[in-house]
Design a protein. Structure first.
Length: 138
């Protein structure tokens, strides 16, 4: 999930440029599931993380994440299946594309470097390699 609030942000900022990231579906699911859903929903680790985060931060952060994911994937109080997550993500990105004002949308594909992004934003591309923090989703 790129941003659970992208649709609201597009509506609230009609002059903003919108750049949804094109992910390879299989890599997206593996990375998203391992990094976000597994720690949030899998027991007993999820309960331990809930307690630890609440103790350290003084807030029920993991419960908030669980509710955020459950709401986004429309799966009340449980982890979404892969099929459900893919269908919701596809619909979500199509909604973002539909809502983006004409001329304010860049269909950016991960791995295509800085040039298309810098051109779209009206900036010069730096003379450095594009940083990839997570090759599993690039």
């Amino acid at each position: 999930m790129a941003s659970p609030f992208a649709l609201e942000l597009v509506r609230a900022s009609p002059d903003a440029k919108v750049v949804p990231m094109q992910h390879v579906p299989d890599r997206w699911w593996a990375s998203s599931d391992a990094a976000l859903l597994e720690p949030t929903f899998a027991e007993p680790a999820a309960t331990l993380l809930h307690l630890l985060a609440a103790h350290v931060l003084g807030r029920p952060v993991m419960r908030c994440l669980q509710k955020l994911h459950s709401g986004f994937y429309a799966e009340p109080s449980r982890r979404p299946t892969e099929a459900r997550a893919r269908a919701v993500a596809l619909r979500y990105f199509n909604d973002v594309r539909r809502l983006a004002p004409p001329g304010r949308l860049l269909e950016y594909e991960l791995g295509s470097g800085r040039e298309p992004l810098c051109r779209f934003l009206g900036r010069d591309a730096p003379d450095k390699p594009f940083p990839f923090a997570n090759e599993g989703v690039a």
